[in-house]
Design a protein around this ligand. Structure first.
Ligand SMILES: Cc1cc2nc3c(=O)[nH]c(=O)nc-3n(C[C@H](O)[C@H](O)[C@H](O)COP(=O)(O)O)c2cc1C
Length: 265
C-alpha cells in the first residue's frame, strides 16, 4: 500500500527481506498455536484434568542416589547473583560437590513442599519438563547418566553413559565440555501440557525451559560455579543418548556446569 510519499512499502520490505518462505515452520507453528476469542484451543473441561498424565517420569527399577538436603545453601544477595551471572565455558576440571548437584537440580525442577508444585512456574501446573544429569566430575557420584526424580529428590542411574564423550560430540562447543563437571539436559514430555493447551503446549514448553535454565544459571552463580546454557546441539544425538524419541519427549536445552579455577588464598 503506498504511503503518503508514494512509496509502496510492501515492495521495499519484500526486497529487503528477500524471498518470503511461505512454508516457514516457525510461522506455521506460531499460527497453529495462536489463541483467539473464537478458537480458544485450551481444554477446560473437568474431564481433561482426569486424563492428564502424571507430571513425573519414573525409572522404577533404576538404582537411586539420594541427594543431600538442598536447603543447606549459603545465601548471596539477589543483586550479586543477578549481576554476576555470565555464560562461562572455561572450567578448571576439578570435582564439584554432590551438594551442588542437589541444589541445582532442586532449583531447576524440585518440589519445595514435596507435592506437585515446583520452583518454576508451569502453564496449568502441568510441568512438561524432565531433567537428566550427565555427571563426570562430582564427588560421591559415579560418572554416568542420571534422571532427576523431583518427588524423592534423588538421581536415578540410567547406566548407559559414556561420560561426556557423547555430549561433546553432540554440542557445537566441544572444547568447553572437556573440563565440565556435569551437563544438565532438559527435555519436554509435550503430551503433559498438550492435553490442555494443544499446539500452544509447544510454546509453553519452550518458555518453561527458559524459566528452568535461568534458575540453573542463577543457582550456579550463587554456588560460584561456571555455567553455560547450550542450545546448539545435534538434536537426535542428545535424544539418542537419553533414549527418548525426539517426538513425544525431546531434548530442548542443556547446561554445562563446571568448577571455576580456584583463587589462591
Ligand atoms: C537459548 C540460548 C542458547 C544458547 N546456546 C549456546 C550455545 O549453544 N553455545 C554457547 O557457547 N552459548 C550459548 N548460549 C549462551 C549465549 O552465548 C550467552 O548467553 C550470550 O553470549 C550472552 O552472554 P552472557 O550469558 O555471559 O551474558 C545460549 C544462550 C541462550 C539464551
Amino acid at each position: 500500500m503506498p504511503n503518503p510519499h508514494g512509496t509502496d512499502i510492501s515492495k521495499i520490505r519484500g526486497r529487503l527481506l528477500g524471498e518470503r518462505n511461505l512454508f516457514s515452520v516457525s510461522e506455521l507453528f506460531h499460527e497453529n498455536s495462536r489463541i483467539s476469542r473464537s478458537a480458544p484451543r485450551i481444554a477446560q473441561s473437568p474431564q481433561s484434568a482426569l486424563v492428564a498424565p502424571s507430571g513425573f517420569k519414573r525409572y522404577i527399577y533404576a538404582p537411586r542416589v539420594a541427594l543431600p538436603d538442598p536447603s543447606a545453601a549459603e545465601a548471596d544477595s539477589i543483586w550479586d547473583i543477578m549481576t554476576s551471572r555470565r555464560s562461562g565455558r572455561s572450567y578448571s576440571g576439578q570435582e564439584i560437590d554432590l551438594q551442588c548437584i542437589s541444589e541445582l537440580a532442586f532449583y531447576a525442577l524440585g518440589t519445595p513442599d514435596k507435592g506437585h508444585r515446583r520452583c518454576v512456574p508451569s502453564g496449568g501446573g502441568l510441568y512438561p519438563l524432565e531433567l537428566y544429569v550427565m555427571a563426570a566430575r562430582v564427588e560421591q557420584l559415579p560418572a554416568g547418566l542420571y534422571h532427576y526424580d523431583p518427588r524423592s529428590h534423588a538421581l536415578c542411574e540410567l547406566g548407559r553413559a559414556d561420560g561426556l564423550a557423547s555430549v561433546k560430540k553432540a554440542v557445537f562447543i566441544p572444547d568447553a565440555v572437556d573440563n565440565a563437571a556435569a551437563v544438565f539436559i532438559l527435555t519436554a514430555v509435550f503430551g503433559r501440557s498438550k492435553i490442555k493447551y494443544g499446539e500452544r503446549a509447544y510454546r509453553f514448553s519452550l518458555l518453561e525451559a527458559g524459566h528452568v535454565m535461568q534458575n540453573i544459571c542463577l543457582a550456579a552463580t550463587a554456588l560460584r560455579l561456571g555455567v553455560c546454557p547450550v542450545g546448539g546441539f545435534v538434536d537426535d544425538e542428545l535424544n539418542d543418548l537419553l533414549d527418548v524419541d525426539g517426538v513425544e519427549e525431546a531434548v530442548l536445552y542443556a547446561a554445562l556446569i563446571g568448577s571455576l579455577d580456584k583463587v589462591d588464598g
